[in-house]
Ligand binder design. Structure first.
Ligand code: GLC
Length: 419
Protein backbone atom coordinates (compact mmCIF):
# COMPACT_ATOMS: atom_id res chain seq x y z
CA UNK A 1 0.00 0.00 0.00
CA UNK A 2 2.69 2.41 1.04
CA UNK A 3 4.77 1.58 -2.01
CA UNK A 4 1.81 2.18 -4.26
CA UNK A 5 1.02 5.50 -2.66
CA UNK A 6 4.69 6.50 -2.84
CA UNK A 7 4.54 5.90 -6.56
CA UNK A 8 1.30 7.82 -6.93
CA UNK A 9 2.70 10.74 -4.97
CA UNK A 10 5.82 10.85 -7.11
CA UNK A 11 3.66 10.66 -10.22
CA UNK A 12 1.69 13.71 -9.05
CA UNK A 13 4.87 15.72 -8.61
CA UNK A 14 5.95 14.71 -12.09
CA UNK A 15 2.53 15.47 -13.53
CA UNK A 16 2.52 18.99 -12.10
CA UNK A 17 6.18 19.62 -12.98
CA UNK A 18 6.46 22.41 -15.54
CA UNK A 19 10.22 22.19 -15.93
CA UNK A 20 11.82 24.42 -13.32
CA UNK A 21 8.72 24.80 -11.16
CA UNK A 22 5.68 22.81 -10.05
CA UNK A 23 2.01 23.75 -10.24
CA UNK A 24 -0.14 23.16 -7.14
CA UNK A 25 -2.53 21.34 -9.51
CA UNK A 26 -3.46 21.71 -13.16
CA UNK A 27 -6.47 23.89 -13.97
CA UNK A 28 -7.29 25.53 -10.66
CA UNK A 29 -3.76 26.85 -9.95
CA UNK A 30 -1.75 27.13 -13.19
CA UNK A 31 1.30 29.03 -11.83
CA UNK A 32 4.05 28.75 -9.24
CA UNK A 33 2.80 29.44 -5.70
CA UNK A 34 5.34 30.35 -3.07
CA UNK A 35 4.78 28.00 -0.14
CA UNK A 36 3.40 25.23 -2.36
CA UNK A 37 6.70 25.36 -4.19
CA UNK A 38 8.73 24.98 -1.00
CA UNK A 39 6.70 21.87 -0.15
CA UNK A 40 7.19 20.61 -3.70
CA UNK A 41 10.96 21.05 -3.42
CA UNK A 42 10.97 18.94 -0.24
CA UNK A 43 8.82 16.28 -1.94
CA UNK A 44 11.23 16.12 -4.87
CA UNK A 45 14.14 15.96 -2.44
CA UNK A 46 12.95 12.50 -1.38
CA UNK A 47 13.65 11.05 -4.84
CA UNK A 48 15.20 13.67 -7.15
CA UNK A 49 17.42 16.13 -5.24
CA UNK A 50 18.62 17.95 -8.33
CA UNK A 51 15.05 18.79 -9.31
CA UNK A 52 14.38 19.84 -5.72
CA UNK A 53 17.16 22.46 -5.74
CA UNK A 54 15.97 23.76 -9.10
CA UNK A 55 12.47 24.30 -7.66
CA UNK A 56 13.88 26.45 -4.85
CA UNK A 57 16.11 28.38 -7.27
CA UNK A 58 13.19 29.16 -9.58
CA UNK A 59 11.12 30.37 -6.62
CA UNK A 60 13.88 32.69 -5.43
CA UNK A 61 14.52 33.97 -8.95
CA UNK A 62 11.21 35.85 -8.63
CA UNK A 63 12.52 37.86 -5.66
CA UNK A 64 11.89 41.58 -5.88
CA UNK A 65 14.73 44.04 -5.46
CA UNK A 66 13.45 44.98 -2.01
CA UNK A 67 13.65 41.34 -0.88
CA UNK A 68 10.03 40.24 -1.14
CA UNK A 69 9.36 36.86 -2.68
CA UNK A 70 5.87 36.98 -4.27
CA UNK A 71 3.08 34.58 -3.51
CA UNK A 72 2.55 33.78 -7.22
CA UNK A 73 5.02 33.79 -10.11
CA UNK A 74 3.20 33.99 -13.43
CA UNK A 75 5.72 32.20 -15.63
CA UNK A 76 3.41 31.66 -18.61
CA UNK A 77 0.07 33.36 -19.29
CA UNK A 78 -2.95 31.17 -18.53
CA UNK A 79 -6.50 32.36 -19.17
CA UNK A 80 -7.85 29.80 -16.70
CA UNK A 81 -6.83 31.83 -13.63
CA UNK A 82 -8.07 35.11 -12.26
CA UNK A 83 -6.65 37.55 -11.11
CA UNK A 84 -3.63 37.20 -13.39
CA UNK A 85 -0.49 39.27 -14.02
CA UNK A 86 -2.34 42.13 -15.74
CA UNK A 87 -4.44 42.66 -12.60
CA UNK A 88 -1.63 42.32 -10.07
CA UNK A 89 1.06 44.31 -11.88
CA UNK A 90 3.88 43.12 -9.62
CA UNK A 91 7.24 44.84 -10.01
CA UNK A 92 9.70 41.96 -9.84
CA UNK A 93 11.94 40.29 -12.44
CA UNK A 94 9.17 37.80 -13.30
CA UNK A 95 5.47 38.81 -13.62
CA UNK A 96 4.05 38.26 -10.15
CA UNK A 97 1.51 39.10 -7.50
CA UNK A 98 2.28 41.97 -5.10
CA UNK A 99 2.12 40.12 -1.78
CA UNK A 100 4.08 37.28 -0.18
CA UNK A 101 3.17 34.00 1.54
CA UNK A 102 4.24 32.07 4.67
CA UNK A 103 8.04 31.86 4.47
CA UNK A 104 8.56 28.13 4.85
CA UNK A 105 11.28 27.95 2.18
CA UNK A 106 14.27 28.22 4.53
CA UNK A 107 12.87 25.45 6.71
CA UNK A 108 12.40 23.14 3.75
CA UNK A 109 15.84 24.02 2.47
CA UNK A 110 17.22 22.78 5.80
CA UNK A 111 15.36 19.51 5.27
CA UNK A 112 16.68 19.26 1.71
CA UNK A 113 20.20 19.71 2.95
CA UNK A 114 19.70 16.85 5.41
CA UNK A 115 18.45 14.62 2.61
CA UNK A 116 21.15 15.75 0.16
CA UNK A 117 24.29 17.18 1.81
CA UNK A 118 25.93 17.40 -1.61
CA UNK A 119 23.53 20.26 -2.39
CA UNK A 120 25.40 22.54 0.00
CA UNK A 121 26.83 24.89 -2.67
CA UNK A 122 23.35 25.49 -4.03
CA UNK A 123 22.01 26.02 -0.51
CA UNK A 124 24.74 28.55 0.21
CA UNK A 125 23.79 30.54 -2.88
CA UNK A 126 20.15 30.58 -1.78
CA UNK A 127 20.90 31.42 1.84
CA UNK A 128 21.54 35.15 1.38
CA UNK A 129 18.42 35.53 -0.77
CA UNK A 130 16.35 33.90 1.93
CA UNK A 131 17.94 36.21 4.49
CA UNK A 132 17.00 39.22 2.38
CA UNK A 133 13.42 37.96 2.20
CA UNK A 134 13.29 37.44 5.97
CA UNK A 135 14.70 40.97 6.44
CA UNK A 136 11.87 42.31 4.29
CA UNK A 137 9.28 40.87 6.66
CA UNK A 138 11.13 42.33 9.63
CA UNK A 139 11.24 45.75 8.02
CA UNK A 140 7.71 46.07 6.63
CA UNK A 141 5.39 43.66 8.30
CA UNK A 142 5.80 43.76 12.07
CA UNK A 143 3.30 44.88 14.66
CA UNK A 144 4.64 44.55 18.20
CA UNK A 145 6.97 41.87 16.86
CA UNK A 146 4.19 39.76 15.28
CA UNK A 147 4.08 39.42 11.48
CA UNK A 148 1.14 41.07 9.71
CA UNK A 149 -0.53 40.27 6.45
CA UNK A 150 -1.86 42.97 4.12
CA UNK A 151 -4.15 40.64 2.15
CA UNK A 152 -5.91 37.44 3.30
CA UNK A 153 -4.09 35.47 0.58
CA UNK A 154 -0.78 36.36 2.14
CA UNK A 155 -1.43 34.08 5.13
CA UNK A 156 -2.10 31.20 2.76
CA UNK A 157 -5.42 30.73 4.61
CA UNK A 158 -7.47 32.69 2.14
CA UNK A 159 -10.97 32.79 3.61
CA UNK A 160 -10.22 31.89 7.23
CA UNK A 161 -12.72 33.34 9.72
CA UNK A 162 -9.78 35.28 11.16
CA UNK A 163 -10.24 37.96 8.52
CA UNK A 164 -14.03 38.38 8.71
CA UNK A 165 -14.14 41.48 10.89
CA UNK A 166 -11.38 43.26 8.98
CA UNK A 167 -12.98 42.33 5.65
CA UNK A 168 -16.34 43.71 6.77
CA UNK A 169 -14.75 47.12 7.25
CA UNK A 170 -13.53 47.29 3.62
CA UNK A 171 -15.65 49.21 1.14
CA UNK A 172 -15.52 47.27 -2.14
CA UNK A 173 -18.53 48.91 -3.78
CA UNK A 174 -16.37 50.32 -6.61
CA UNK A 175 -14.43 47.13 -7.37
CA UNK A 176 -16.03 46.79 -10.83
CA UNK A 177 -17.04 43.79 -12.92
CA UNK A 178 -14.89 40.67 -13.11
CA UNK A 179 -15.23 36.98 -13.90
CA UNK A 180 -13.96 34.44 -11.40
CA UNK A 181 -12.26 31.33 -12.76
CA UNK A 182 -11.90 29.27 -9.60
CA UNK A 183 -15.60 28.41 -9.46
CA UNK A 184 -15.47 26.91 -12.94
CA UNK A 185 -12.90 24.35 -11.73
CA UNK A 186 -14.35 23.58 -8.30
CA UNK A 187 -17.84 23.52 -6.71
CA UNK A 188 -18.59 27.12 -5.55
CA UNK A 189 -19.76 25.73 -2.18
CA UNK A 190 -16.14 24.82 -1.46
CA UNK A 191 -14.72 28.21 -2.44
CA UNK A 192 -14.75 31.71 -0.92
CA UNK A 193 -17.92 33.79 -1.40
CA UNK A 194 -18.41 36.80 -3.71
CA UNK A 195 -18.35 39.10 -0.67
CA UNK A 196 -14.82 37.88 0.02
CA UNK A 197 -13.73 37.97 -3.61
CA UNK A 198 -14.81 41.61 -4.03
CA UNK A 199 -12.57 42.52 -1.13
CA UNK A 200 -9.65 40.38 -2.30
CA UNK A 201 -9.73 42.36 -5.53
CA UNK A 202 -10.23 45.71 -3.86
CA UNK A 203 -7.06 45.12 -1.85
CA UNK A 204 -5.18 44.26 -5.03
CA UNK A 205 -6.42 47.49 -6.63
CA UNK A 206 -5.21 49.47 -3.62
CA UNK A 207 -1.77 47.85 -3.87
CA UNK A 208 -1.57 48.60 -7.58
CA UNK A 209 -2.62 52.22 -6.99
CA UNK A 210 0.61 52.85 -5.04
CA UNK A 211 2.80 50.57 -7.18
CA UNK A 212 3.09 48.08 -4.29
CA UNK A 213 5.07 50.62 -2.27
CA UNK A 214 5.20 48.91 1.14
CA UNK A 215 5.74 52.12 3.03
CA UNK A 216 2.65 53.72 1.53
CA UNK A 217 0.66 50.54 1.99
CA UNK A 218 1.51 50.54 5.68
CA UNK A 219 -0.28 53.89 5.87
CA UNK A 220 -3.25 53.40 3.59
CA UNK A 221 -4.06 49.70 3.40
CA UNK A 222 -7.39 49.02 5.18
CA UNK A 223 -6.30 45.45 6.00
CA UNK A 224 -3.44 44.71 8.38
CA UNK A 225 -3.74 41.68 10.60
CA UNK A 226 -1.06 40.08 12.79
CA UNK A 227 -1.25 36.42 11.93
CA UNK A 228 -0.10 33.23 13.67
CA UNK A 229 0.66 31.47 10.35
CA UNK A 230 3.14 34.16 9.34
CA UNK A 231 4.57 34.78 12.78
CA UNK A 232 5.18 31.12 13.62
CA UNK A 233 6.49 30.10 10.20
CA UNK A 234 8.86 33.05 10.06
CA UNK A 235 10.10 32.40 13.59
CA UNK A 236 10.77 28.79 12.63
CA UNK A 237 12.38 29.79 9.35
CA UNK A 238 14.68 32.25 11.13
CA UNK A 239 15.86 29.46 13.44
CA UNK A 240 16.59 27.22 10.45
CA UNK A 241 18.30 30.05 8.58
CA UNK A 242 20.45 30.75 11.59
CA UNK A 243 21.52 27.11 11.94
CA UNK A 244 22.42 26.91 8.25
CA UNK A 245 24.22 30.26 8.44
CA UNK A 246 26.41 28.98 11.28
CA UNK A 247 27.24 25.91 9.27
CA UNK A 248 28.17 28.08 6.27
CA UNK A 249 30.31 30.42 8.40
CA UNK A 250 28.00 33.42 7.91
CA UNK A 251 27.43 36.26 10.36
CA UNK A 252 24.14 35.38 12.05
CA UNK A 253 23.95 38.05 14.77
CA UNK A 254 21.12 39.93 13.06
CA UNK A 255 19.11 36.72 12.74
CA UNK A 256 19.46 36.11 16.49
CA UNK A 257 17.94 39.54 17.11
CA UNK A 258 15.10 38.79 14.72
CA UNK A 259 14.35 35.60 16.64
CA UNK A 260 14.10 37.50 19.91
CA UNK A 261 11.76 40.07 18.32
CA UNK A 262 9.53 37.38 16.86
CA UNK A 263 9.39 35.47 20.16
CA UNK A 264 8.11 38.64 21.81
CA UNK A 265 5.70 39.11 18.90
CA UNK A 266 4.38 35.55 19.18
CA UNK A 267 3.42 36.21 22.79
CA UNK A 268 1.26 39.15 21.67
CA UNK A 269 -0.87 36.64 19.74
CA UNK A 270 -1.77 34.69 22.87
CA UNK A 271 -5.43 35.38 23.57
CA UNK A 272 -6.03 34.39 27.21
CA UNK A 273 -9.80 34.44 26.90
CA UNK A 274 -9.74 32.09 23.93
CA UNK A 275 -7.00 29.95 25.48
CA UNK A 276 -5.26 29.91 22.11
CA UNK A 277 -2.95 31.79 19.81
CA UNK A 278 -5.12 34.08 17.75
CA UNK A 279 -4.86 36.65 14.96
CA UNK A 280 -4.97 40.28 16.01
CA UNK A 281 -6.13 43.24 13.96
CA UNK A 282 -3.17 45.62 13.89
CA UNK A 283 -5.40 48.58 12.98
CA UNK A 284 -7.86 48.19 15.85
CA UNK A 285 -5.76 46.17 18.31
CA UNK A 286 -8.59 43.64 18.69
CA UNK A 287 -8.23 39.86 18.76
CA UNK A 288 -10.34 37.94 16.23
CA UNK A 289 -11.26 35.12 18.64
CA UNK A 290 -10.58 32.33 16.16
CA UNK A 291 -9.17 28.94 17.12
CA UNK A 292 -7.67 27.52 13.95
CA UNK A 293 -5.02 25.06 12.85
CA UNK A 294 -2.62 28.03 12.71
CA UNK A 295 -3.15 28.49 16.47
CA UNK A 296 -1.36 25.15 16.88
CA UNK A 297 1.76 26.19 14.97
CA UNK A 298 3.50 27.33 18.17
CA UNK A 299 5.32 23.99 18.49
CA UNK A 300 6.58 24.28 14.93
CA UNK A 301 8.00 27.66 15.91
CA UNK A 302 9.89 26.04 18.78
CA UNK A 303 7.50 27.28 21.48
CA UNK A 304 6.44 24.37 23.69
CA UNK A 305 3.56 26.14 25.35
CA UNK A 306 1.52 24.17 27.91
CA UNK A 307 -1.18 26.87 27.80
CA UNK A 308 -1.97 25.85 24.21
CA UNK A 309 -2.47 22.13 24.92
CA UNK A 310 -6.07 21.98 26.27
CA UNK A 311 -7.73 23.90 23.40
CA UNK A 312 -5.68 22.02 20.82
CA UNK A 313 -6.69 18.65 22.30
CA UNK A 314 -10.32 19.71 22.25
CA UNK A 315 -10.04 20.63 18.61
CA UNK A 316 -8.50 17.24 17.82
CA UNK A 317 -11.29 15.45 19.69
CA UNK A 318 -14.07 17.43 18.04
CA UNK A 319 -13.66 15.80 14.63
CA UNK A 320 -12.96 12.38 13.17
CA UNK A 321 -9.86 13.57 11.32
CA UNK A 322 -7.38 16.03 12.83
CA UNK A 323 -6.83 18.91 12.54
CA UNK A 324 -9.68 21.07 11.29
CA UNK A 325 -8.73 24.47 9.91
CA UNK A 326 -11.38 26.05 12.11
CA UNK A 327 -12.61 24.83 15.50
CA UNK A 328 -15.44 22.33 14.78
CA UNK A 329 -17.25 23.53 17.91
CA UNK A 330 -17.25 27.18 16.82
CA UNK A 331 -20.19 28.91 15.24
CA UNK A 332 -19.73 29.21 11.47
CA UNK A 333 -17.69 25.99 11.09
CA UNK A 334 -18.14 24.71 7.51
CA UNK A 335 -16.55 21.29 6.94
CA UNK A 336 -16.17 21.72 3.18
CA UNK A 337 -15.45 25.40 2.67
CA UNK A 338 -11.74 25.85 2.20
CA UNK A 339 -10.18 27.43 5.32
CA UNK A 340 -13.37 27.48 7.38
CA UNK A 341 -13.30 23.86 8.47
CA UNK A 342 -11.53 21.36 6.16
CA UNK A 343 -8.35 19.49 7.10
CA UNK A 344 -5.27 20.55 5.13
CA UNK A 345 -2.41 18.01 5.06
CA UNK A 346 0.21 20.73 4.72
CA UNK A 347 -0.92 22.34 7.94
CA UNK A 348 -1.05 18.90 9.53
CA UNK A 349 2.59 18.42 8.67
CA UNK A 350 3.65 21.79 10.08
CA UNK A 351 1.62 21.33 13.26
CA UNK A 352 2.32 17.61 13.68
CA UNK A 353 6.06 17.69 12.98
CA UNK A 354 6.39 20.66 15.33
CA UNK A 355 4.67 18.64 18.06
CA UNK A 356 6.96 15.68 17.39
CA UNK A 357 10.01 17.88 17.82
CA UNK A 358 8.68 19.37 21.04
CA UNK A 359 7.73 16.04 22.60
CA UNK A 360 3.95 16.42 22.26
CA UNK A 361 3.96 12.81 21.13
CA UNK A 362 0.34 11.88 21.64
CA UNK A 363 -1.17 14.79 19.71
CA UNK A 364 1.51 14.45 17.05
CA UNK A 365 0.79 10.74 16.51
CA UNK A 366 -2.91 11.42 16.15
CA UNK A 367 -2.30 14.08 13.51
CA UNK A 368 0.22 12.01 11.57
CA UNK A 369 -2.02 8.94 11.55
CA UNK A 370 -5.07 10.89 10.49
CA UNK A 371 -3.13 12.55 7.69
CA UNK A 372 -1.96 9.18 6.38
CA UNK A 373 -5.44 7.69 6.73
CA UNK A 374 -6.98 10.49 4.68
CA UNK A 375 -4.54 9.92 1.85
CA UNK A 376 -4.79 6.13 2.01
CA UNK A 377 -8.57 6.29 1.82
CA UNK A 378 -9.08 9.25 -0.47
CA UNK A 379 -5.91 10.09 -2.38
CA UNK A 380 -4.05 13.36 -2.65
CA UNK A 381 -6.68 16.09 -2.49
CA UNK A 382 -6.26 19.76 -1.71
CA UNK A 383 -8.19 19.34 1.56
CA UNK A 384 -10.70 16.99 3.25
CA UNK A 385 -13.89 17.09 5.27
CA UNK A 386 -12.78 16.59 8.92
CA UNK A 387 -15.86 14.53 9.78
CA UNK A 388 -16.30 12.34 6.72
CA UNK A 389 -12.81 12.42 5.22
CA UNK A 390 -14.31 13.34 1.84
CA UNK A 391 -11.67 14.71 -0.54
CA UNK A 392 -12.45 18.27 -1.65
CA UNK A 393 -11.13 21.21 -3.65
CA UNK A 394 -8.57 20.36 -6.33
CA UNK A 395 -7.28 16.82 -6.93
CA UNK A 396 -3.76 15.46 -7.66
CA UNK A 397 -2.36 18.10 -5.39
CA UNK A 398 1.38 18.70 -5.28
CA UNK A 399 1.91 19.67 -1.66
CA UNK A 400 -0.39 16.93 -0.38
CA UNK A 401 1.74 14.41 -2.29
CA UNK A 402 4.89 16.02 -0.86
CA UNK A 403 3.55 15.64 2.68
CA UNK A 404 3.03 11.94 2.02
CA UNK A 405 6.55 11.48 0.67
CA UNK A 406 8.29 13.53 3.32
CA UNK A 407 6.30 12.64 6.42
CA UNK A 408 2.87 11.00 6.53
CA UNK A 409 3.82 8.03 4.36
CA UNK A 410 6.80 6.94 6.43
CA UNK A 411 5.17 4.19 8.50
CA UNK A 412 8.17 3.28 10.64
CA UNK A 413 8.28 6.83 11.89
CA UNK A 414 4.55 6.85 12.35
CA UNK A 415 4.80 3.83 14.62
CA UNK A 416 7.65 5.41 16.51
CA UNK A 417 5.51 8.51 16.98
CA UNK A 418 2.67 6.39 18.33
CA UNK A 419 4.88 4.48 20.77
C1 GLC B 1 -5.03 28.63 -2.14
C2 GLC B 1 -4.52 28.38 -0.73
C3 GLC B 1 -3.07 28.80 -0.61
C4 GLC B 1 -2.27 28.08 -1.68
C5 GLC B 1 -2.87 28.22 -3.08
C6 GLC B 1 -2.25 27.29 -4.09
O1 GLC B 1 -5.00 29.98 -2.44
O2 GLC B 1 -5.31 29.02 0.23
O3 GLC B 1 -2.58 28.55 0.66
O4 GLC B 1 -0.96 28.51 -1.67
O5 GLC B 1 -4.23 27.93 -3.05
O6 GLC B 1 -2.35 25.96 -3.69
Amino acid sequence: MTMELDEQARAILRLNDMGGYTLPTHGLYPYQWNWDSAFAAWGFATFDPDRAWTEMETLMSGQWEDGMVPHILFHRPDAGYFPGPDVWQGRGPIPSSGISQPPVAASFMAKMLDLDPSGEPRARALWSKLKKWHAWFMEWRLDKGAVCITHPWEAGRDNAPDWDVAMMAIDASDVGEYTRRDTSHVDPAMRPTKFDYDRYLKLVQIGVSVGWDHEKLREINPFRVADPTMTFTLLRAQRDLLAMGRRFGEDVSEISEWITTLEIGAETLWNPELGAYDSRDALTGMFNNVRSNASALCWYAGINDPRAVPATKRMLDAAEYAIASFDPEAEGFEPLRYWRGPVWPIMNYLVGSGMEEQGQIEMAARIRQDTARLMELNGFAEYYDPNEGTPAGGGSFTWTAAVWLGWAGRPSERQRGAA
